[in-house]
Design a protein around this ligand. Structure first.
Ligand code: ADP
Ligand code: MG
Length: 611
């Protein structure tokens, strides 16, 4: 509590204008009521108005010269009129509102960049590597090589991605995935860099270098989001287009009705559209924060606004609707090869691929103690095939599309994945795999439909039979299969005419172009390829498809609350304007009433943070 207070004070010291203005207005009130010195109070407020108001006038006029006509203009006119009419108190309150609004906007932006600093500050720095003689040396995390055995003691951070080779412990990865509960992990358990080892001492094998590990990937993502940071959207400025002329018109009406210039000031003061300026950015900052708590990184305000009105949703199959951890069911050897040979050749090629199929094949080969052969000239066609040269021969692994084997056909119709290994056009073997559907796919699809998504479609690089089975399981009726990455893009483009907002959810390298094409791209980040996370606007760090629904919900709620705030703000301001026109509100009271509207609108926007 105390440290929070201190942080707050430190922050105020770094951006002191608004708090100073607030204090001097209070000082004026004290002088007026307690010391009973109205004239001195007037001087204090007037000084506040001039000193605090001039920078605002300067910025706004500069903006206007650049052609920016925002809602600040009403505030500008109010300040100038207040100086002109010597209405010190009302003017000072307008200055407070305006500088408070600007400070809040800066606060939001700074908080965003601070989260990056904090992320960098807590990056893993050191690792403890096992030397030959069974002792450990402390090294820089950048020096860790793949296959190194590292010791991680309780309380220490996992330095690079890897697996546990010895020991059992609780792992807390809340910093990376947002999941609050520590997980129990034993030998073979996967570790992500940046998570915390809580209870036991473990030995782990490094599977990635530091710069390829999860933590570095997240930092890169956030960095990129920062660089492209869309200026916080001023949805408000769209409303300003009619609000500003309306205000000026009402001010004129007020003057004509009462024949007093001070009425003009009253109208301007109650109209100062602080809720317009603040409600949206504040709601959006809260929405992004709220998402982050759920393990969803939203790269800016625009995707949060857009995802709320998703009309068409496209899902990739492998790794998105399915778990992306296929288990090998069967190896079929042809052309006089043995099962071991087929698996050995396949694994030797797949060692260079990051695809989930590759991972499973490699694990199976290791399980059978098969050594890897030297493979050269590896080429991957994303979503289609991999090939390489092994002792002079060309080998390719790709989707099995033949229909000669009846048993295989039956398996495919039940959702199995089959790849064919061939050498110079001759098939030497098949590998059959099963990749289970994620647990909550059906519920996710159902709730998305309930939320107003009109079209849900599966786009996959896999074969028709497999695709159709999985789609049926997931209760998705629209399926396109055997697609290359650019064909996924094509299908999304074809739907642009019919649907305004299209969202694509994917995980692989082959999804990256589609993720970039869709209005909103969502990447399944935990196991997915780094490049898909780069191409996406939203990255789900938790391995849970239902977070797509959560993201939509947060987006809808944010937008609803932002709009609510704007309409309440405009409505109340308009009501006060009408009353002010008749000369029944003096500027000082008008300023206080407007302040009440501001506070209620701000409190309303903060509701986004709650569940
Ligand atoms: P999806 O679009 O459903 O995610 P995949 O990324 O699994 O599709 O790619 C589609 C198909 O391409 C796979 O089912 C597989 O047959 C083939 N394929 C892609 N990458 C590889 C690989 N590294 N090894 C073997 N087959 C692959
Ligand atoms: Mg995929």
């Amino acid at each position: 509590m105390l440290s929070k207070l201190k942080k707050g004070l430190d922050y105020l010291k770094s951006d002191p204008a608004a708090p100073l203005i607030f204090l001097s207005i209070l000082f004026g009130i004290f002088t007026f009521f307690i010391l009973d010195e109205p004239l001195w109070a007037h001087y204090i407020w007037f000084a506040t108005l001039i000193l605090g108001g001039l920078p605002i006038v300067y910025h706004t006029v500069k903006g206007m010269l650049k052609g920016q006509f925002a809602s600040d203009i009403v505030a500008l006119l109010a300040i100038i009129t207040a100086i002109f009419l010597s209405q010190a108190f009302a003017g000072a309150v307008v200055v407070l509102m305006q500088s408070g609004g600007e400070a809040l906007e800066r606060f939001g932006l700074r908080k965003a960049s601070r989260s990056l600093d904090e992320l960098l500050k807590r990056a893993p720095k050191k690792a403890r590597r096992k030397t030959n003689s069974d002792s450990f040396e402390e090294i820089d995390v950048k020096e860790v090589n793949i296959e190194d055995i590292l010791l991680v003691r309780p309380g220490e951070m996992i330095p690079v991605d890897g697996t546990i080779t010895q020991g059992k412990t609780q792992i807390d990865d809340s910093a990376i995935t947002g999941e609050p509960l520590a997980k129990e992990k034993g030998e073979g358990g996967e570790l992500l860099s940046g998570s915390i080892n809580v209870t036991g001492a473990i030995e782990m094998k490094a599977l990635k270098k530091s710069e390829e590990s999860q933590y570095a990937q997240i930092v890169k993502l956030v960095q990129k989001a920062e660089e492209e940071k869309a200026p916080i959207q001023r949805l408000a400025d769209r409303y300003a287009i009619f609000f500003t002329p309306l205000t000026l018109f009402m001010a004129l009406v007020g003057y004509l009705v009462t024949n007093e210039f001070v009425t003009v000031l009253s109208v301007l003061v109650v109209a100062t559209p602080c809720p317009l300026i603040l409600a949206t950015p504040l709601a959006i900052i809260c929405g992004i924060n709220r998402s982050a708590k759920e393990g969803i990184i939203v790269k800016g305000g625009a995707p949060l606004e857009q995802i709320a009105s998703t009309e068409a949703l496209f899902f990739d199959k492998t790794g998105t609707l399915t778990k992306g951890t296929p288990s090998i069911e069967k190896v079929i050897a042809l052309q006089g090869k043995s099962e071991e040979e087929v698996l050995q050749i396949a694994a030797s090629i797949e060692q260079f691929s990051t695809h989930s199929i590759a991972k499973s094949i490699l694990e199976k080969a290791k399980e059978k103690n098969l050594s890897l052969l030297e493979a050269k000239d590896f080429v991957e066609v994303p979503g289609e095939s991999v090939s390489a040269k092994i002792s002079g021969g060309n080998y390719t692994i790709s989707s099995y599309k033949g229909d000669e084997n009846l048993e295989v056909q039956k398996e495919l119709k039940q959702g199995a994945i089959a790849v064919s290994i061939s050498s110079q056009e001759k098939r030497i073997g098949l590998i059959l795999m099963k990749d289970a559907l994620r647990e909550n796919v059906k519920d996710t699809i159902l709730s998305l439909q309930k939320m107003g998504v009109k079209k849900i479609m599966m786009l996959t690089g896999d074969t028709k039979k497999t695709a159709e089975y999985i789609a049926k399981e997931a209760s998705i009726t629209d399926v396109a299969s055997e697609l290359k990455p650019d064909q996924k893009v094509e299908i999304i483009k074809q739907n642009e005419k019919e649907f305004k907002v299209l969202t694509m959810v994917g995980d692989g390298i082959n999804d990256a172009p589609a993720l970039a094409t869709a209005t909103v791209g969502i990447a399944m980040g935990e196991r997915g390829a780094a490049i898909s996370a780069e191409a996406a606007d939203i990255v789900i760090l938790v391995d849970d498809l239902n977070k797509v629904t959560t993201s939509l919900k947060i987006g809808k709620r944010t937008l609803k609350i932002a709009k609510e705030s704007i309409f309440i703000g405009i409505g109340l301001s308009f009501l006060l304007m009408v009353i002010a026109c008749t000369g029944r509100i003096v500027p000082a009271v008008g300023a206080l009433l407007q302040e009440v509207i501001d506070v209620s609108v701000i409190l309303n926007a903060l509701r986004v943070l709650k569940k």
